[in-house]
Design a protein around this ligand. Structure first.
Ligand code: ATP
Length: 395
């Protein structure tokens, strides 16, 4: 899944990226866009400011956006600077200016009366109906002088409860474990994990078994389909891949427009095991990488990978469940002859390359027998969708 951070503050970006390191998210920042709106924080609460930023950026980028609004609340100052934290000493104030202003306001106040808390509100929004705000608080006190070079903002003045160091004396890892933002981000991470809970189904079966037909039925119910064949077809048009294939199989695989003709390539590889292996060595890792990329960037709850050679190529390592579409040999032959221009010899070659149906069935979590009418097949698809898969839609 893709996530865009609705902030232009590089220090915050660093902290957020560190917390979301292993979540499998593709994180975008303002640097990935030629224009990125800067949003006026004109709301009265950090809750509303965070939500405004996340909604605006989600709508602008078309991606799920995460925004934070954090502030320091000092007890003897009645909760100030609060929502004015980053501009406490003026619109263009530096971190140092803000820290100095706090120090001067607290002059003469003893340590045990300098109680303070950092509060962080994080909003996540898809720009539409899906949004959530979470909060993290870190209690502590304001010291009488600045200590430490790390962190940012009021970190050199803030000593969290139970610690002798200030935030600015801690490593990013130490700080993220206990900080307001670290706590809020952990909650946000949970929300994102729920939102991104994609179930990936590998749909396989031999030629003419009805994979495409079954995939279409799942699509009508709301699944996203990734077609391995289509990825392969697009890949062989890429300059580098094309060059590699011509080097390996000769220019006889080209048509009159000097493009690779899949049928010509097929005739070579489907009757020669070694050549088929060579082709697979070139294309399979690239197709694998592309499928992986597509899974990472999807926002769908159910993704179906339609791939005749899912198991043989080892792409099943990318899926949660394997769904096999089977059919009788007679129905298979009849359908292929009716729906393709392949000769009997070509069909034979492809069927051999795809391996026996029984072996696929043994590895199936779900099986759809597509031997009868389309209505019967649809009934089986609906049964799996209703009973076996998580419901699509929003949390
Ligand atoms: P390939 O591996 O060639 O892509 P496939 O497994 O995706 O094949 P489909 O394209 O879904 O198979 O089906 C092959 C042909 O059989 C299509 O023309 C399709 O409309 C037809 N077909 C599939 N299932 C049925 C069925 N239950 N009844 C009648 N026709 C069917």
């Amino acid at each position: 899944m893709e996530l865009v951070l609705a902030t232009q503050n590089l220090d915050k970006i660093k902290e957020i990226k560190d917390t979301f390191k292993n979540l499998g998210l593709k994180i975008f920042t303002f640097k990935d866009f030629s224009y990125f709106p800067s949003i006026e924080e004109d709301k009265e609460t950090p809750y509303d400011n965070a939500l405004k930023k996340a909604r605006t950026i989600a709508r602008f980028t078309g991606k799920i956006a995460l925004a934070d609004d954090s502030g320091l609340e000092v007890e003897v100052l009645g909760g100030a600077p609060g929502i004015f934290s980053h501009r406490f000493a003026g619109e263009k104030a530096s971190y140092e200016d803000n820290n100095r202003k706090i120090l001067s306001l607290l002059e003469g106040i003893p340590l045990d009366e300098r109680k303070a808390a950092f509060r962080c509100l994080i909003a996540i929004s898809d720009g539409g109906s899906k949004e959530k705000v979470v909060e993290g608080i870190c209690k502590g006190r304001i010291l009488q002088e600045m200590r430490g070079e790390k962190g940012f903002g009021y970190d050199p003045l803030f000593q969290p409860e139970g610690f002798t160091k200030t935030f600015a004396q801690m490593s990013l890892k130490e700080k993220n474990k206990i900080s307001h933002r670290g706590k809020a981000l952990k909650k946000a991470r949970k929300v994102l994990e729920e939102w991104t809970n994609t179930t990936v189904i590998g749909l396989t079966g031999n030629i003419g078994s009805g994979k495409t037909t079954v995939a279409r039925m799942f699509k009508e119910l709301g699944a996203e389909i990734i077609e391995a064949d289509k990825i392969g077809h697009d890949l062989i048009k890429k300059v580098e891949v094309k060059k590699n294939l011509i080097r390996t199989f000769g220019s006889s695989i080209l048509d009159e427009k000097k493009e690779i003709e899949r049928r010509k390539l097929g005739r070579i590889v489907f009757k020669n095991k070694k050549k088929l292996e060579k082709l697979n060595q070139i294309l399979h890792p690239l197709i694998f990488a592309e499928i992986k990329k597509k899974i990472a960037s999807t926002q769908a709850r159910i993704v179906i990978i339609d791939a005749a050679i899912l198991l043989e190529a080892g792409w099943n390592s990318l899926v949660d469940k394997v769904l096999v579409v089977s059919t009788s040999y007679e129905a298979q032959l009849k359908r292929i002859k009716e729906s393709t221009r392949f000769s009997s010899e070509e069909i034979e070659g492809i069927m051999q390359a795809q391996g026996p149906q029984d072996k696929k069935i043994q590895r199936a979590d779900f099986l759809i027998r597509n031997e009868g009418s389309l209505k019967e097949t649809k009934r089986q698809v609906e049964q799996i969708w209703e009973k076996e898969l998580p419901k699509p839609g929003l949390n």
